[in-house]
Design a protein around this ligand. Structure first.
Ligand code: C5P
Length: 403
């Protein structure tokens, strides 16, 4: 799936050492289907050459506003008129100061001033420069002017210092640009999500878990942030990275057991939507051993199980109705081996929730693909096989209409 298909992006590069990452960024944008038109400042060309960017994008690279080979010499107007967005990465402190004042003394700043499309900046600078009052004034002004800032991040810097000012990684910038273009029906909404498996300890080294990878729940978390929501993600043991982490829109709590997942989830039920995506163990071990259980010849230990709390059921009990709408809108998930629709609908009624999403097909575990059956009070609807992120986006749009 290409998430930037048919998008025309002007990629501006200003003078900073992070410019070496712009080559990778151009490639990632193109992999997502965007066409990339690069514009470089004079300083940027000290770090990476126009030829590199031209070879990667397959488009001529613009570096000067005094180019007599461009018809009517109006590149600054034409480039921004044709673009869906201007993305500047890296955006240096100097460039940000100029843009915040509306200066236009080279091609890149001129086309930003002449634009009628969104402008996004990925700042990159030394931490003292970032923290300087002058740069923070630029940030305030640019935000007031509705310029989107992607990052910066904190971490090791080329100058040897550690701190705020590092450019986001190209993959993070790409993901944030993709998010920028998505519809925002959940702006200002809070979404609670459980994801992944749980782990029920037998002793300090052994436990019972399941094959859930967490991919579907994490895809829903990403799609919810893309749609403008603030997300609280309760994740069972899985090694997935928090999606769109640098946006600060996802708060993640890692848990192991169903009991821990229950506690973390119940502390966050003040929300608009709850997606119970986690594959929660139905039973835990009554008394996990404090020490590793030793082999006892041919005798196997007797494990006593106890029923775990039903998180979805308990969240559904907290639902409040105001002005004819009930919050949180609860969405359960069901992976059944037989009679999916029948069992999933029974589950919906038993838990007293408005929607259940059935995973069609036996092989969704760990896969990037899935196929969904959405069941609510009005009936059922199939969503055809696709990448989990694509399905998650469709599901989010559907649920957004319900609330
Ligand atoms: O109860 P059952 O496992 O059949 O239903 C699955 C749905 O219920 C999923 O949405 C799952 O996340 C949720 N669930 C839960 N707590 C449990 C068991 C399942 O939230 N203890």
């Amino acid at each position: 799936m290409q998430s930037l298909l048919n998008k025309k992006i002007v990629l501006g590069i200003s003078g900073g050492i992070a410019a070496y990452k712009s080559a990778e960024l151009a490639r990632l944008l193109m992999q997502e289907g965007a066409s990339v038109q690069v514009v470089m400042t004079e300083a940027a060309q000290q770090f990476v050459t126009p030829v590199t960017m031209q070879a990667l994008t397959g488009n001529p690279v613009f570096t000067s506003q005094w180019d007599s080979s461009v018809a009517n010499n109006m590149a600054h107007i034409e480039l921004s008129r044709a673009a869906d967005a201007i993305l500047i990465a890296p955006a240096s402190a100097d460039l940000m100061a100029k843009l915040s004042l509306g200066l236009a003394d080279d091609l890149l700043t001129t086309l930003c001033l002449a634009r009628d499309c969104p402008l996004l900046l990925a700042p990159a600078m030394n931490k003292q420069m970032w923290e300087h009052a002058a740069t923070q004034r630029s940030v305030t002004r640019l935000t007031q002017d509705k310029v989107a800032l992607l990052g910066p991040a904190s971490g090791a810097q080329a100058c040897g210092e550690v701190g705020m000012g590092r450019m986001l990684e190209p993959a993070e910038i790409t993901d944030q640009l993709i998010a920028f273009f998505q519809k925002k029906p959940l702006a200002g909404k809070k979404v609670l999500i459980t994801a992944g498996p749980t782990f029920e300890a037998i002793d300090p080294v052994r436990g019972i878990t399941n094959r859930s990878s967490g991919k579907m729940g994490f895809a829903i978390a990403r799609a919810a942030v893309e749609a403008g929501a603030q997300v609280y993600l309760v994740a069972g043991p899985c090694d997935l990275e928090t999606p769109l982490d640098a946006t600060g829109m996802i708060t993640r709590t890692n848990v192991m057991s169903a009991k821990e997942m229950h506690a973390a989830t119940m502390s966050a039920t003040d929300c608009d939507i709850f997606f119970a995506v986690a594959a929660v163990a139905d039973w835990g071990i009554a008394k996990p051993a404090k020490e590793k259980i030793k082999r006892q010849g041919k005798r196997a230990p007797n494990l006593e199980f106890i029923a775990n709390p039903d998180i979805l059921l308990d969240v559904a009990k907290t639902v409040k109705t105001t002005a004819g709408k009930s919050y949180p809108y609860c969405v359960g998930f069901a992976a059944e081996s037989t009679d999916l629709e029948k069992h999933a609908n029974e589950k919906r009624k038993r838990k007293g929730i408005p929607m259940v999403v059935g995973n069609i097909g036996p092989d969704t575990f760990g896969s990037d693909l899935n196929q969904l059956l959405i069941i609510d009070e009005s009936g059922s609807k199939k969503i055809a096989k696709a990448e989990k992120l694509q399905l998650a986006r469709q599901l989010i749009q559907l649920v957004a209409k319900k609330i």
